[in-house]
Structure formats: C-alpha cells, structure tokens
Design a protein around this ligand. Structure first.
Ligand code: HEC
Ligand code: HEC
Ligand code: HEC
Ligand code: HEC
Ligand code: HEC
Length: 203
C-alpha cells in the first residue's frame, strides 16, 4: 500500500532534482555564454533611404559631428536635417534614385522617417555630451560605423556593459584638451572619472 506513494514521492524528488539540475545548467550555460561569447549584433533595419555610412563617413570622410552635431553639447546625438543632406545633394548625384527620394522629402518639406537603431529603456539616463567631451570615441560604443553600409547596434547596451567601462581604471581618456593639468595627472595615474553610483544612471 505504501509502495506506490513512496515511489511517487521518490519520482517527484527525482523530477525536482532534474528540474533544479536543468535550471542550474541553464544558468551556468547563460553565464558561460554571456562571458565567453560576444554580444551578436542584430542586423540594422531597412531605412527609408539607403544611406551609407561607409560611403559618407568612410570613403568621403565626412566628420561624424558634421551630421550628428548635437553629440558634443546635448544628451542626444541627433540626426541631420534634410537640409543638411541637400547642402551636397542639390549638386551631387542628383539623378540617382536614392537622391530623388531625398529630393522628394525636401520638396514636400517632410522629415525623413529614419528607423531608430539604439534604444535604452526610459528608466536609464544617458548623455552623449559628457562622454564625447571626455574623449570617448564614437566607435568605442558604436563600432566601426565608417565601415557600415547599414548601421546596426554594435554594443549590447546592458548595465553590465556600461559598468564594465565605468569601473575600468583609466576609463577616462587622458588626451583631451578640455581637462586641467591636475585632472590629467590624476587620470594618467589611472583614476576613472566615470561614476558608479546608481543615481548616475537611474535618476
Ligand atoms: C552625412 C551625414 C552623416 C555622417 C557624416 C554620419 N552620420 Fe551617422 N547617421 C546619419 C543618418 C542620416 C542616420 C540615420 C539613418 C541610419 O541609421 O543610417 C545616422 C545614424 C547613425 C547611428 C544610428 C542612430 C540610431 O538610430 O540609433 C549612429 C550610431 C551613427 N549614425 C553614428 C555615426 C558615426 C559614429 C559617424 C562617424 C564615423 C557618423 N554617424 C557619420 C548621418 C550621418
Ligand atoms: C559611451 C558610449 C557612447 C559614445 C561614446 C557615443 N554614443 Fe551614441 N549612443 C550611445 C547610446 C547608449 C545610445 C542610445 C541612447 C538612448 O537610447 O537614449 C546612443 C545613441 C546614438 C544615436 C541615436 C540617438 C540619438 O542620440 O540621437 C546617434 C545618432 C549616436 N548615438 C551617434 C553618436 C556619435 C556620432 C558619437 C560620437 C560623436 C556617439 N554616438 C558617441 C552610446 C554612445
Ligand atoms: C558633404 C557632402 C554630403 C552630404 C552632407 C551628404 N552626402 Fe550623400 N553623398 C555624397 C557623395 C560625395 C556621394 C557619392 C556620390 C557618388 O558616388 O558619385 C553621396 C552618395 C549618396 C547616396 C548614394 C547615391 C547612389 O545611389 O549612388 C545617397 C542615397 C546619399 N548620398 C544620401 C544622403 C543623405 C540621406 C544625406 C543626409 C543625411 C547625405 N547623403 C548627405 C555627399 C554628401
Ligand atoms: C567606453 C567607456 C564608457 C561606456 C561604455 C559608458 N560610459 Fe558613461 N562615462 C564614461 C566616462 C569616462 C565618464 C566620465 C566623463 C567625465 O570625466 O566627464 C562617464 C560618465 C557617465 C555619466 C555621468 C555624466 C553625465 O552625463 O551626467 C553618466 C550618466 C553615464 N556615464 C552613463 C552611462 C550609461 C548609461 C552607459 C551605458 C549605456 C555608459 N555611461 C557607458 C565612460 C563610459
Ligand atoms: C553606468 C550606468 C548605470 C549605473 C551606474 C547603474 N545602472 Fe542599472 N541599468 C543601466 C542600464 C543601461 C540598464 C538597462 C539595460 C539592462 O537592463 O541591462 C539598467 C538596468 C537596471 C535595472 C533593471 C534590470 C532589468 O532586468 O530590467 C535595475 C533593477 C538596475 N539597473 C539597478 C541598478 C542599481 C541598484 C544600481 C547601483 C548599484 C545601478 N543600476 C547602477 C545602467 C546603469
């Protein structure tokens, strides 16, 4: 009489053990994957106009800040206006299909509905200004954009990723003109100016 109940209990224990084992394995696997493999960047989205960073920022070496003017002085880097594109494309490659599309937006006085690539959750505060002024290169966070035909999200943008750099001794580059000699000396010793307290990024 007690036999089946005991067996059932044993079965349950076994199942529970298997379950816990599976959970532990899954956790170990995700941790290992997280540690060993790099974040696999998803491909960039299809954009309303096939704008190529490789061509503009790479081949023609147009400065990032020429188009993303706000990166140095505000929280967002911003996208260029149609007017900015037309400064060149009133004259350059005017007959090509991509430029005709561009001219269409221009004539209709409509902004180009670019598809956003990078998103942080609303509860995270991030600002370009301090990073760019501190001399952190765009490419450190965005990858080799000047080689990208279509921009994709290069870095995982997780909290761990932010903290990894903030924790690093000497995270702040030394060779920036905006720094005082004293702070440069401090930074040269490997001090990081990047804050770690929660309220820095979670206001
Ligand atoms: C001629 C203008 C121009 C230049 C120069 C330029 N960009 Fe862009 N950038 C754009 C436009 C337009 C978009 C939106 C379309 C797209 O994503 O390709 C964009 C999008 C981006 C995005 C994705 C934004 C998002 O949606 O999250 C990043 C990152 C970026 N640019 C970085 C750079 C960097 C770094 C450089 C310099 C190596 C650079 N750009 C040079 C015009 C430019
Ligand atoms: C320290 C890392 C870091 C650096 C350095 C950095 N970015 Fe970004 N960038 C981000 C993050 C994170 C986002 C997403 C922000 C969000 O969703 O609020 C972003 C978003 C963007 C966007 C789209 C949204 C916006 O802000 O308009 C563009 C365009 C962009 N970056 C361009 C640049 C350019 C150009 C540079 C160099 C001048 C640069 N970034 C330097 C981390 C960085
Ligand atoms: C500083 C000048 C300059 C600016 C600003 C500029 N472009 Fe260009 N663009 C060029 C040059 C140069 C080419 C290469 C033309 C060629 O291959 O003969 C080009 C090529 C292109 C092409 C490819 C045309 C084709 O089919 O071969 C597209 C699309 C384009 N640009 C869109 C844009 C958009 C959108 C903007 C604004 C975000 C922009 N450009 C801003 C100089 C510029
Ligand atoms: C490659 C290094 C690097 C990465 C990646 C990075 N930061 Fe920073 N961050 C810095 C440095 C360096 C400073 C200090 C700048 C200074 O000395 O003024 C800083 C300062 C800050 C500040 C304080 C300055 C301000 O604007 O109020 C905030 C907030 C911040 N980072 C948020 C973030 C977030 C959020 C992420 C991830 C999405 C991130 N950072 C990723 C290097 C980095
Ligand atoms: C340098 C910037 C930075 C600092 C400092 C920081 N965080 Fe975050 N945090 C982020 C970013 C970016 C995200 C969103 C991406 C993610 O979930 O990994 C995030 C997400 C979170 C989340 C949500 C996680 C989830 O799964 O949704 C919590 C909770 C959190 N942070 C707590 C903290 C606490 C507590 C501290 C202080 C010990 C802290 N953070 C410090 C950048 C930061």
């Amino acid at each position: 009489m007690t036999q089946p109940a005991a067996r059932r209990r044993r079965k349950l224990t076994l199942r529970a053990k298997l379950f816990l084992g599976a959970v532990a394995l899954a956790l170990a696997a995700t941790t290992t994957i997280g540690l060993l493999t790099e974040f696999a960047p998803p491909p960039g989205p299809e954009q309303p106009i096939a704008f190529s960073h490789r061509l503009h920022a790479g081949v023609h070496q147009i400065d990032c800040l020429f188009c993303h003017t706000a990166a140095e002085r505000s929280s967002s880097a911003g996208l260029p206006s149609v007017e900015r594109c037309m400064a060149c494309h009133q004259y350059i490659a005017v007959r090509r299909p991509g430029i005709r599309k561009l001219a269409d937006f221009w004539e209709k006085q409509q902004p180009i509905p670019w598809v956003r690539v990078h998103w942080l959750p609303d509860f995270v505060y991030f600002s370009h200004k301090r990073h760019v002024r501190a001399g952190v290169e765009c490419q450190t966070c965005h990858g080799p954009v000047q080689q990208m035909e279509v921009v994709y999200q290069y870095a995982p943008l997780t909290m761990g990723w932010c903290l990894q750099c903030h924790q690093q001794p000497g995270a702040t580059p030394v060779n920036t003109i905006t720094r005082s000699t004293a702070s440069r000396a401090e930074l040269a010793r490997g001090a990081s100016r990047a804050p770690l307290d929660c309220v820095t990024c979670h206001k």
